[in-house]
Design a binder for this molecule. Sequence first.
Ligand SMILES: *[C@@H]1O[C@H](CO)[C@@H](O)[C@H](O)[C@H]1NC(C)=O
Ligand SMILES: *[C@@H]1O[C@H](CO)[C@@H](O)[C@H](O)[C@H]1NC(C)=O
Ligand SMILES: *[C@@H]1O[C@H](CO)[C@@H](O)[C@H](O)[C@H]1NC(C)=O
Length: 188
Amino acid sequence: MAAESSTGIRSFCSFLVLLAAVITQTQAALQADRPFPKKTEMSFYMHDWETATREENITNVPIAGNPLKKPYILEFGSLFAYDDAITLTIDRKSTEIGRAHGIYVNTALDGSDLHIMVSFLFTNKAYNGSTIEIRGADRLLQPTREVAVVSGTGRFRLARGWASVETVFLDIPQSNAILRWNLTVFHY
Ligand SMILES: *[C@@H]1O[C@H](CO)[C@@H](O)[C@H](O)[C@H]1NC(C)=O
Ligand SMILES: *[C@@H]1O[C@H](CO)[C@@H](O)[C@H](O)[C@H]1NC(C)=O
Ligand SMILES: *[C@@H]1O[C@H](CO)[C@@H](O)[C@H](O)[C@H]1NC(C)=O
């Protein structure tokens, strides 16, 4: 009798756990279906440095590529990792609002596309600790291009949007660049 009732309690507990899981999933689904109540627009500059200069240290390193060739920004298959400063203006000495941690890999046979995956890790007062996730075709030879905002964390949870990217400084031989980012982000 005692054994039977403890089995009963156990299955009732399992039922409660299952019910809680279903409710949590339903809430997540409802939230994902609601229109995004907030829209945030922001602009900043990303300093991507493969060769050190007087103003800047190396922030981007080639990590792999075509075994028959040297990794190079315009060479198909070249893979880079970076930790770039993001600042308010094009001036490297302007306020640093976070870092861009990511990789890009040249994924066009003719070298024209750097497939980009990057997290913006904000450290400014307003967004401190929050991140935005970016992914897309960064066709670096075009003066401007658009990539997707695929998600985020903190105040940018479940974010969706897009980013316009513009190369405002480019030194191909040294593989140094400054990119201007305009982001439009919808989030809860
Ligand atoms: C470059 O590195 C030096 C030594 O670690 C550091 O003092 C300096 O602030 C760095 N410069 C930039 C622009 O990050
Ligand atoms: C951001 O958060 C960190 C860790 O909580 C804190 O140390 C830092 O002072 C904060 N920065 C700003 C600008 O609020
Ligand atoms: C970013 O926004 C600025 C200011 O509105 C504008 O001048 C610039 O053309 C924009 N860049 C892109 C790539 O959309």
